[in-house]
Each structure stands twice: as structure tokens, then as C-alpha cells.
Write a protein that binds this ligand. Structure first.
Ligand code: FES
Length: 134
């Protein structure tokens, strides 16, 4: 694995975030945010509840906010802001000859708690078993 071109710098204006692909294997999805002082390459989903950051992410100054539940991060220091409880994972990124290059050794992903998606049967089960007929 090595530095891989993901797009032209002009495709991601300052104050925006875009989903791109590293052409490695079957393709690795990456979100690139262009903040006031540079670029950050991260997995394309929010570490809270997997919202696609190209839809829910808002870049203002050096801050990225997922507008779904207002988790935010300082993209310069990567410090957690506002409601954020988990850090962002990052890929190294650099600009070269008008292109953005990302260093990818493996796909970075977050672990999501299955309990966040409670199915209907679990939700309505009061656990006292007095209404179970089977
Ligand atoms: S899904 Fe992003 S803050 Fe909740």
C-alpha cells in the first residue's frame, strides 16, 4: 500500500467534505474534509451512528460537525468538541501537483454497538414472560 491519488484539490473547496475512493482492492471509501488550514482524510461515516458525513457533515473554520446529533471535532488538533464522545480515525493526506493523495494501508472503520438497533420484538418484550404463549 502507498500514497494513492483520490481526487483533484479543486474538487473539495474549503469548508466542504466529500466522499472519495482510494482505488485499492475493491475500493476504500474515504471522506476528505477541507478546513481552514488544510485537509483531513477520515472514514466516510460518523463514529456515533454511522451517518454519511458527506451528507451530515458541516465544515466551518477548523471544525467538523455531524449535524445529526452535533458531535464535533477540531480538524486541526483532532480534539473532541461539543457532544462528541469518540475520536475520528484519520489517514495521512497530502496535496501534490494539484491532487490529493491519501496513504492507505488498511480500511479504517468504527465499531458500532449492535444494541443501538433494537428490533421490535426486543423493544416490546417486558421480560416478565407472563404474556408469552409459546
Ligand atoms: S450520527 Fe453523527 S452525531 Fe449522531
Amino acid at each position: 500500500m502507498a500514497w494513492t491519488k483520490v481526487c483533484a484539490e479543486s474538487e473539495i473547496p474549503e469548508g466542504s467534505i466529500k466522499k472519495v475512493w482510494a482505488r485499492i482492492g475493491g475500493g476504500i471509501p474515504i471522506a476528505v474534509a477541507h478546513h481552514k488550514n488544510g485537509y483531513v482524510a477520515i472514514p466516510p461515516v460518523c463514529p456515533h451512528l454511522e451517518e454519511p458525513l458527506e451528507d451530515s457533515g458541516l465544515v466551518v473554520g477548523c471544525k467538523l460537525t455531524c449535524t445529526k446529533h452535533l458531535w464535533s471535532w477540531d480538524l486541526e488538533t483532532m480534539a473532541l468538541k461539543d457532544e462528541a464522545e469518540l475520536p475520528l480515525k484519520t489517514y495521512d493526506i497530502k496535496a501534490e501537483d494539484g491532487n490529493l493523495m491519501v496513504y492507505v494501508t488498511e480500511q479504517l472503520e468504527y465499531t458500532f454497538d449492535e444494541d443501538e438497533d433494537i428490533d421490535e420484538a426486543t423493544f416490546f418484550d417486558d421480560d416478565d414472560d407472563d404474556d408469552d404463549i409459546w
